[in-house]
Design a protein around this ligand. Sequence first.
Ligand SMILES: [Zn+2]
Length: 503
Amino acid sequence: MKKIAFGFAAALAAVAWGAENFNDIACRVIPVPQKIGITSRAAQKLDADRVLRIASNLSEADVKKTTAALCVQYWGVAPEIVCTVGGEAVVEEGYRLDTTGEVFSIEVSSFAGLRYALSTMRQLSAPERGVEKGRGFVMPQVKIDDFPQLKFRAFHFMFANGQPLWKAERALRLAAYCKYNYFILEFWGNIKLDSHPEYAYPDAVSKADVKKLVALGKELGITLIPHFQIFGHAGCGSIAGGRHVLLDKHPEYATLFEPSGWTWCVSNPAARQYIEDCALELYEIFDRPPFFHVGGDEAYNAGSCSLCGTGEPYWKKVAAHFNYFRDLFAGKNCRILMWHDMLVRRDAPAWKGSTANGDADCDKLRAALDRDIIICYWEYRFADHAYRAPKDGVPDFPIFDFLRKDGFAVVNSGWMYDTTPALGEKAFKNGGFGIMQTTWGTLSNSMNYHTMFAKGSTSGWNPAARYEQLIDNKIFTVDILNRLVRDVNYDMKITDPALTSTL
Ligand SMILES: [Zn+2]
């Protein structure tokens, strides 16, 4: 009797009829699919004799072109591609895949779904067995019915600290491979803008290079979103390091900032204009994206200058500042995202253990903000201030509920440890706009790497699932993730041992 597990919920994804455990195969697919049934370990060759049947209502010529190009890139083969009409029942970005028969079949309703089906096949495929050398591949026999549950699944990459642009490209490719559909690129004075070339470090990259990355994102099916700070973090250096991208070289620009230099002076029209010049140039470089992240976190010493301290209340000036940029981009059909922490009181007992940096006037500030602004709620610990979820249940994220009730769309933004999957589940079950996997610094160790791709992508794609449930003591996740990085290194032709590792 054939063993068929198709139709099981994600948590039981790889459990088949009988005693056989297929977790070692199922855990290759990142994020965790909605439904995966593995019927046999017996390998199916993925070679030129294989037929791929693709059912969709998409342009046949485009489906064949996309699929043929990806088959050559992933496996070095040109299988026969047969297109048929269908796919109406598959949700957007979803796909159905069946590799159990002579013909491999894929059913999709969008090009995103087609790319995701082929990404899943690439993750599942293995090198041909039993030979010394070869470039052939084999597939296990699987049936998958898969789709994302959150429409906004962003991977945030902090492009800073002298990192070369190819690292951002590799992160972008990995994010697309793990089915994130947005990639937020945060600049810290490292892009040379025509409008303000002085607002850049000497090793800043060119606009042309960033445009290439934006174009690559389109090819990979992932939309790049620029991140530019319009409030705090204005010096583009860490608070501990003290570097200031502008004031270290140009003290004459100190008027644009609060006296310490960390936060823009929102009362100075020249500062507003300076920020607008940079933001609009970035908007064009990113080819007019649907979202623009304006930062807004950790605005230390905000409102500390004599101009900010006189006239109308400071909170009104800050609200006007954010609403100005909201209106500016809304006129271009682009929504702004901002961080949440300056909008909730740091001394409120309800937020004890949560991230809150707002002052006594922040309730008025928040009330005055346009509700079209999307709030990115970043939380790296649970409400008990622990990185690990307690064994007796996951404590809530009260600030998420508060912001939702207050009328905002909220993107839950995790970092490491157990909060990432818990924030995804919270967003999914309570009407969140989406999730964001933040990174902060380089992809610098295997713990980061595990969270960002295996857990982070699952938190937006299949928020009720837990990648760890597929793992037992025979499986070492980082090794599985290393293979994904190697795939991307092949795509980028990276073979230098100094560059192949993510460390
Ligand atoms: Zn000021």
